[in-house]
Design a protein around this ligand. Structure first.
Ligand SMILES: Cc1cc2nc3c(=O)[nH]c(=O)nc-3n(C[C@H](O)[C@H](O)[C@H](O)COP(=O)(O)O)c2cc1C
Ligand code: SF4
Ligand code: SF4
Length: 256
């Protein structure tokens, strides 16, 4: 089974493409689905998720914590990212080792950025280029997985690594309440899609207006999927183009 966590469809798409390439097109599931099938029942466990602040999203760490891994399970991971995987997969391997499992193979997969506070996803041709390159890499990844081969865990080390770790450690505990920066502008029509796409039910509609509840995971699904582009984060997002993976529609995302 391939388990994914996704805010804007990049990781959903990667999980779906891998499941297809492995000849098991239905064997991918969102970790936010409850209940997700337990990993103890699986001989192969894939984890596909976005890099968040140069590390593993809390949702994935919580998921691993709740699971029991059988010895001998083949575990692999794909960390989708916007160009800086840093030591995310090393962190993931450490979390798995605490559960008597380990990462037999781990890849970073560059795709367009959904971190809108730093800008949009790039031009249409840049998006297409990233997706085409990622598709090609997924083909190679699938061959390795099909052979149950091991593959070195992809990581970037260097002078910035200590800074990445520091930011992750300092910022992670505060993500939940950083949702104070979200607001809905006058284009909001009260459709409620932002509440539906939130993986942790962090949005309540009050008088047809979204109100964020302080247990956010900062996946940016609410902002990126709003059909009116009414959700803003701070002051700058008004200027930036919205993004979701071009081959993942809202219905795919909600069904995930
Ligand atoms: C809160 C947050 C932090 C992010 N941090 C990083 C990062 O450290 N390095 C990176 O390359 N991309 C980073 N990104 C970009 C995402 O990892 C990337 O766009 C990913 O493919 C999104 O996947 P998804 O659509 O499945 O959520 C970040 C995105 C968010 C929302
Ligand atoms: S998805 Fe957008 S338009 Fe719909 S309720 Fe949320 S903010 Fe308003
Ligand atoms: S409130 Fe928005 S950013 Fe936070 S977890 Fe929900 S969908 Fe993601």
């Amino acid at each position: 089974m391939i388990y994914f966590y996704s805010g804007t469809g990049n990781s959903l798409w990667a999980a779906r493409e891998l499941a297809k390439a492995l000849g098991e097109p239905k064997h991918f599931v969102s970790i936010s689905k409850s209940p997700a099938p337990p990993v103890a029942d699986c001989a192969l466990v894939g984890l596909v998720f976005p890099v968040h602040m140069w590390g593993v999203p809390r949702a994935i760490l919580n998921f691993i914590d709740q699971q029991t891994f059988n010895p001998g399970t083949y575990c692999f991971a794909v960390a989708t990212n916007a160009g800086e995987v840093s030591r995310t997969l090393v962190q993931l391997d450490r979390a798995l080792r605490n559960k008597n499992a380990f990462l037999a193979a781990g890849w970073g997969l560059k795709l367009p950025s959904n971190y809108i506070p730093w800008g949009g996803p790039g031009t249409q041709s840049e998006i297409e280029k990233h997706v085409a390159e990622a598709r090609q890499k997924l083909g190679v990844i699938a061959e390795t997985i099909a052979a149950r081969s091991s593959h070195s865990i992809e990581k970037k080390s260097g002078p910035a690594e200590w800074l990445h770790r520091l930011v992750y450690r300092m910022a992670s505990p505060h993500l939940a309440t950083m949702d104070r920066a979200f607001w809905a502008d006058s284009k909001c029509n009260g459709c409620g899609i932002c509440a539906k796409v939130c993986p942790v039910k962090n949005i309540e509609l009050q008088k047809a207006t979204p109100v964020w509840q302080g247990h956010c995971q900062q996946c940016f699904a609410c902002l990126q999927w709003c059909p009116q582009q009414a959700v803003q984060f701070g002051k700058n997002t008004v200027r930036y183009k919205r993004y979701h993976h071009p081959e993942v529609g809202l219905q795919d995302f909600l069904a995930g």
